[in-house]
Design a protein around this ligand. Structure first.
Ligand SMILES: Cc1ncc(COP(=O)(O)O)c(C=O)c1O
Length: 404
């Protein structure tokens, strides 16, 4: 989403220039490399958000999968997820061989803790709160429920790098946090992701899984130090070139977040909402990332008027028949259990006694809320002058659409 600043290009140039000055290709590999940008990025990110371990990976999706494998999610285990999130959150559960249990959001646009409580069964293993469009989930309540029931919390912070809840960085409340660094995120390296945790064992397992066959543990030749350390994995390693970009972007995170929050607040002051509409109130007004300003209309018909005035959100797209992968009712792969091979694993297996009641209507509140939301995208490069002109123009268009 954000352009490459000169600092970013310098980082990348240094990696490229250094290659060819030494006799191997080690410059592009994170191990055996005293200049590893990946390692430096991990250290800086961990220090920034205040966690013991950060593991750089090659996408937000792989961060989620590695976290679930680390947490021991496996056949028959249920993972509670919100009905409003990018499909990758649901898909990652299935790839980890778990069963996604889709529950309602509330008007904060994030998972409703009471809905989590209602969805817990003896098979529940983990909760996956998602900080959608940079809006923090109610993490204290979610952690209380998790502790009460002995559940693991994996925060999907893909869309909320730099956001906070009650003064603490998003992604650091749960047992594990997952960030995406893809091209449309707060900071990005083209593709990339981060797993964070304070738990040594979870880190070890995520690290193993992300690095095929656990070859690069502290001592790659050591025997298994503890049962559960060695198993087959994937290659989810972050490329050094992506890490060089990620590092430069990380150093701009505060500036980016300050810029978007400032415009977010200005637009809230200057936009006049039509009758019946109100702002979506983030659960932490200071911690919201501020790159998307959201409002709730009284009805879907009003939200469609909003989209005609130029607002984003589902209403206009759905009215044109568009399929948005951020809402559960389009997740055919889950609702109809579409699997790459015909036996239907992990949905059909001796470990699964009962599937959740998958249907397009299973979370009516989520559907109602999402069909009434209007959204405005904010870039860190937006200026106060732009915001005033945008608000004035939108006010006029909204007044036109809502007249009479
Ligand atoms: C909520 C959420 N989770 C996970 C992901 C997956 O991240 P990535 O695209 O880096 O795999 C995304 C990406 O859009 C996302 O928005």
């Amino acid at each position: 989403m954000f352009n490459l600043a000169p600092a970013t290009l310098t980082e990348v140039r240094q990696v490229i220039e250094r290659s060819g000055t030494v006799p191997d290709a080690g410059n592009f590999f994170r191990y055996y490399n005293p200049n590893s940008r990946t390692e430096r990025f991990e250290k800086e990110y961990a220090l920034k958000v205040g966690v013991k371990h950060a593991l750089a990976v090659n996408s937000g999706t792989s961060a989620l999968i590695a976290s679930m494998i680390a947490a021991g999610v496996g056949p028959g285990d249920e993972v509670i997820i919100p009905g409003y999130t990018f499909f990758a959150s649901a898909s990652a559960v299935v790839v980890a061989r778990g069963i996604p249990v889709i529950v309602e959001i509330d008007e904060s646009l994030t998972i409703d803790p009471e809905a989590i409580r209602r969805a817990i069964t003896p098979r529940t293993k983990a909760i996956l709160p998602v900080h959608m469009v940079g809006h923090p989930c109610r993490m204290d309540a979610i952690m209380d429920i998790a502790r009460e029931h002995g559940l693991v919390v994996i925060e999907d912070t893909a869309q909320a790098c730099g956001g906070k809840y009650k003064g603490r960085y998003l992604g650091t409340w749960g047992d594990l946090g997952c960030v995406s660094l893809d091209a449309y995120k707060v900071i990005g390296s083209g593709e990339g992701g981060i797993v964070t945790t304070d738990n040594e064992w979870l880190y070890t397992r995520a690290q193993s899984y992300h690095d095929a066959a656990a070859c690069w543990r502290p001592d790659r030749f050591a025997r298994e130090r503890k049962e559960g350390e060695l198993f087959c994995g994937e290659n989810y390693r972050m490329p050094e070139l992506c890490a060089a970009v990620a590092l430069a972007q990380l150093r701009k995170l505060d500036a980016i977040t300050t810029a978007t929050r400032t415009i977010y607040r200005q637009l809230r002051r200057e936009i006049v909402l039509p009758r019946g509409a109100r702002w979506v109130e983030p659960l932490d007004a200071d911690g919201v990332c501020g790159y998307t300003l959201c409002m709730l209309f009284a009805s879907n018909a009003d939200a469609i008027k909003g989209s005609k005035a130029g607002l984003g959100g589902l209403a206009g797209g759905e009215a044109r028949g568009a399929r948005d992968w951020h809402v559960y009712w389009h997740w055919q792969q889950i609702l109809e259990q579409k699997t790459p091979t015909p036996e239907g694993f992990p949905f059909r297996s001796p470990y699964v006694k009962q599937l959740p009641p998958y249907s397009q209507d299973m979370c009516p509140r989520t559907r109602d809320i999402m069909m009434r939301v209007g959204m405005i995208s904010i870039q860190p490069t937006d200026t106060a002058e732009w915001a005033s002109a945008y608000a004035a123009d939108l006010n006029q268009k909204l007044a036109q659409e809502f007249k009479a």
